[in-house]
Design a protein around this ligand. Sequence first.
Ligand SMILES: [Zn+2]
Length: 244
Amino acid sequence: MLKLKKIITRTFFVFLILIPIAAFAHFIIFPQETRSILIGYSGFKKDDRIYFNAATPLSKIDSLRSLIEQASIRVGDFWGQKTCNPGFIYCDNEIDLKKYSINPSAPAVTYTKLGAVIVLGADGMDLDIIAHEISHAEFYQRIGFYAFMFKIPSWFKHGLAMQNDDRDYYSEDTLKVRSYNYKSMPNVKNLKKDEKFYAGSREQVMLNYMTAKHVVKNWWTKEKLDKLVKELNAGRSFEEAFGQ
Ligand SMILES: [Zn+2]
């Protein structure tokens, strides 16, 4: 019994030392994501689930809250019900955006370690962009961190989020023109990793987004999506779950 107590005490102290080391290593590798996870300890103000720099005009936060509500309804309609409850970090200036976003040239990013956190820049104050990010958070909520990060190919992840994103420059009509009537579309199913999905010119990446949207749209039914989630949660690979 005494031995067991000793083991427990030792394990406890090892963890006590390991946790700060792991947190520090995470900060070195992913500084923006670590800051976002620890946003509750920053100087940012908090209004419900939204964090923002105290210098941000409150009218902007009011608009943001309203956009989040509308976007949440859209995502809820698509999924049948919204089950996620992500946090939001609104960065009204470049300095804050660089501090919290791993990709400050994008209007928004979503982190999924220890719960979903959506970082929005001033350009992310947009219903479609917010709905896109909440849709990522919803998929993550339903299948968990491991599957979301390691099982889902990039093309499907973004194609699915695009179903809630109605920006016209990613629309079916735009794709039709850009792909010469669907004759010249990228083979998005080869874009399994984000590095590949985002490789190439801005035009190419936009074409990847609209093609992924098109492919998922042609596949999607509510039943197929529910079944995919169920299969993933039963431990199947994406290929198995998607192919069935
Ligand atoms: Zn996306």
